[in-house]
Design a protein around this ligand. Structure first.
Ligand code: ADP
Ligand code: ADP
Length: 226
């Protein structure tokens, strides 16, 4: 389950650098929320506060009803996908996907089952013994998604996961991520500066500007009232 509430959340990097101001959002289980807006508007900071990678200056973050402000990232039931994939270059695809589970002391059998299941969902079965440098951009992005899937977390956070791909692949991966969400139904918060990406993928959009929320709504609502 992945319900998420941000209440009057602020992020101040310093007194004169307020990156996020009075952010209020309630995310229901299974939603695919897209934070969209120009570079520097506070999307990434918001996502990193949800992940626990950035401290919240003021306000409250709750996940499934529990206050999370002071809970360390590893205890948040969150899996994150980064723009640069953050794959380990010296490890095979299999080991990249298994790594987070090994850290968490899952059994070998459980790891094997989860990795193979994720590989089959993502069409990576034939690439498990390769290293990242022997993969295409799209395949690398699938491995990064695989690392998130195997965790079986309640919440996915994705920070510009497609921006390193060329235009054609980006459109293809958009559809793949949407399909993945329809299949797994994991609550997702997805960050992008690309309006088309936001409109095509979101169940609801959060439009940000200068650290503030400008608008929250379905793609249809945002399209009709820009
Ligand atoms: P976005 O993801 O929308 O591009 P960010 O959340 O990265 O925006 O940044 C929001 C604002 O906070 C920007 O003005 C940025 O310069 C500033 N900022 C981001 N990270 C830091 C940091 N570590 N220290 C100081 N300012 C930061
Ligand atoms: P995984 O490999 O599945 O991402 P990890 O055990 O490596 O899981 O990560 C534990 C936590 O650390 C995650 O919940 C995530 O929030 C955070 N994290 C993972 N990768 C990075 C990274 N490259 N930079 C910062 N934080 C990270």
């Amino acid at each position: 389950m992945g319900e998420l509430v941000l209440e009057n959340v602020f992020k101040k990097y310093s007194d004169d650098a307020v990156a996020v101001s009075d952010f209020n959002l309630q995310v229901e289980d299974q939603e695919f929320i897209v934070l969209v807006g120009p570079s520097g508007c506070g999307k990434s900071t918001t996502l990193r506060m949800i992940a626990g990678l950035e401290e919240i200056s003021d306000g409250q973050l709750r996940i499934n009803g529990k206050v999370m402000n002071d809970v360390p990232p590893k205890d948040r039931d969150i899996a994150m996908v980064f723009q640069n994939y953050a794959l380990y270059p010296h490890m095979t695809v299999y080991d990249n996907m298994a790594f987070g589970l090994k850290l968490r002391k899952f059994s070998k059998a459980e790891i094997d089952q989860r990795v193979k299941n994720a590989a089959s969902i993502l069409g990576l079965e034939d690439y498990l013994t390769r290293k990242p440098k022997a993969l295409s951009g799209g395949q690398r992005q699938r491995v990064a998604l695989g690392r998130a899937i195997v965790r079986d977390a309640g919440l996915f956070l994705m920070d510009e996961p497609l921006s390193n791909l060329d235009a054609k692949l980006r459109v293809q991966m958009r559809a793949e991520i949407t399909k993945l969400h329809q299949r797994l139904k994991t609550t997702t918060v997805y960050v992008t500066h690309d309006q088309t990406e936001a409109m095509t993928m979101a169940t609801r959009l959060v439009v940000m500007k200068d650290g503030f929320i400008q608008q929250i709504g379905t793609p249809k609502q945002v399209y009709e009232n820009p």
